[in-house]
Design a protein around this ligand. Sequence first.
Ligand SMILES: Cc1ncc(COP(=O)(O)O)c(C=O)c1O
Length: 375
Amino acid sequence: MCSQKKLSLETIVAQAGNRQDDNQAVAYPLYFSSNYRHSSLAEAKAFDPAKGYTYSRLATPNRRILEETLAQLEQGTAAFAVSSGMAAIQLTLSVLKPGDHVVSLDDLYGGDFRYFRYLESHAGIKFDQWNGEKTTELVAKLTLQTKIVWLETPSNPTMKELDIQAVADAVHGYNPNILVIVDNTFYTPVYQQPLTEGADVVVHSATKYLSGHNDLLGGVVVVKDDQLAQEYNEYYITTGDTLDSFDSWLLLRSLKTLDLRVKKHTENAQAVVKYLENDPHFTKVLYPGKGGMISFYLKSVADVAKLLDHVKIITFAESLGGVESLITIPYYQTHADVEPEQRQRLGITPQLLRLSVGLENPDDLINDLKQALEH
Ligand SMILES: Cc1ncc(COP(=O)(O)O)c(C=O)c1O
């Protein structure tokens, strides 16, 4: 008997798509066909949708290879590749019915709150928030109607880390059927695999680190429970928010360097943090020690415009997780739709900037920040 050890993440990503193609291609080819021929009525009647292909909303070869890789990376049993991070979030919340209740962390990507408000007003779903501190306070917010606890760690944009296992234990101790869902966009499976820490569902904006090149929009959902996978699959193939073949191919190709990229993002971010912490223009740096995302406060309001208007390498643009460094001002961009009182409570002020440290030389990035502040 041949026993094979579980593969490490580096091997899974490097080998993704290899040994899968009928023509023995090493790099899995791109299939552009929207439909697939049946060989006979008998074959059509016996068709197994989990194995073959009929129509590309249901499955495509590129999406299937990608989804199998993503499920492996997050240690789940099934993955869904969808057209954006928001589509992924929509898919995870598709199990909710009017009257259901959700508790979320209070410090999340701003678009989450926009969607929560939509579901509150259009679908009769109730939302509560938790500040991420005491799990007893989270449990006190759970009710018989609670179906989902929604987390993002590190939190966004104030970069606080949560103990996923402790939260999942507390929530499942109250009711094992409540789904603990974690947005793993910032850390990626390189640093965090929430399904191994008690979470039920993982979500990504694949637009960020998973694709990593600022060139595609995508989302991912990974689950470990077969029944939930079936429920999501039904919604997914019916509504059709699927990732197309080209972006599936591009995302698989990008995943091959995920491990390398994410570790280099950390190395660069740590160097930039050292500079930020020692330059008097900045009053506070929020960085959890790993990953490429840094939030920081500028001492002077005037310096905010100086920095955003004059960076020459770092780009003032929304999004994150790509090879090119990007800087954003959450107050006016990613978190503009968060209630003003909530922004104030979380410290999302017009002096808070968020930097996605790319793969440039870190000295060039530091010099870019310095020269911008000299104007
Ligand atoms: C952490 C996080 N989750 C989800 C999303 C939504 O993803 P998308 O923009 O791909 O729809 C974003 C977008 O910025 C994000 O930062």
